[in-house]
Design a protein around this ligand. Structure first.
Ligand SMILES: C[S@@+](CC[C@H](N)C(=O)[O-])C[C@H]1O[C@@H](n2cnc3c(N)ncnc32)[C@H](O)[C@@H]1O
Length: 191
């Protein structure tokens, strides 16, 4: 198991994880705004990793650690309950039915996330793809470890107040696609 606290000697509060950070603008901004939080970013796309490193360098960010590989390899090595927030922003939708198994949100990864998230931790998912939006609603609320926070009928259409627009989100907006935002919370009883 990885000692995640030891990765962030200057961090005193929480550890967050962003899965598939793309070019890293969301992760870098969150890290700059929350210097007491340590953020692990996972991304397989090497140009995205290089982009995040540029943000880290330009802003002298000390609270980011990069896992430049498939996050599915990292999750089993994380200790129980070590994360207080996980971001999955605009994951690859894999909209064809025959590719559904490739979607990041699914039973196996949700079980891993349930284990590594502490009670009350937030799983924040955003997507602009109708197939994936439907998929998230089918996959996450029935999972016993997660509760969907809905504050109103149009809740899903509004970005959380601390959200940072991502490059992929901007592109989707320009092409007329409307994103949905989901905030799920790890239930207190471990499932
Ligand atoms: C559609 S892009 C969105 C990127 C970014 N979140 C944004 O909103 O701009 C999805 C990203 O997830 C990354 N990705 C997909 N599966 C991954 C995995 N298992 N581990 C790490 N990164 C992954 C891809 O390389 C890609 O950069």
């Amino acid at each position: 198991m990885i000692d995640v606290r030891a990765l962030f000697p200057q961090t005193t509060t929480d550890i967050w994880l962003e899965i598939g950070f793309g070019a890293g603008e969301h992760l870098a901004t969150q890290a700059a705004r929350n210097p007491d939080v340590g953020i692990i970013g996972g991304e397989v796309f090497i140009n995205g990793v290089a982009s995040l490193v540029r943000y880290v360098d330009a802003q002298s960010l000390k609270n980011i650690r990069i896992f430049n590989d498939d996050v599915r390899l990292l999750l089993p090595a994380l200790p129980d309950g070590c994360l207080s927030r996980v971001f999955v922003l605009f994951p690859d939708p894999w909209p064809k039915v025959r590719h559904a198994k490739r979607r990041f949100i699914g039973p196996q990864n949700l079980n891993h996330l349930a284990r590594v998230m502490r009670p009350g931790a937030e799983l924040r998912i955003a997507s602009d793809h109708p197939v994936y939006i439907q998929w998230v609603m089918e996959q996450v609320p029935p999972h016993p470890a997660f509760t969907w926070q809905v504050t109103g009928p149009e809740d899903w259409a509004t970005a959380p107040p601390d959200h940072v627009e991502t490059r992929y989100q901007l592109k989707a907006g320009k092409e007329g696609r409307k994103p949905a935002f989901f905030r799920f919370f790890r239930t207190a009883a471990r499932a």
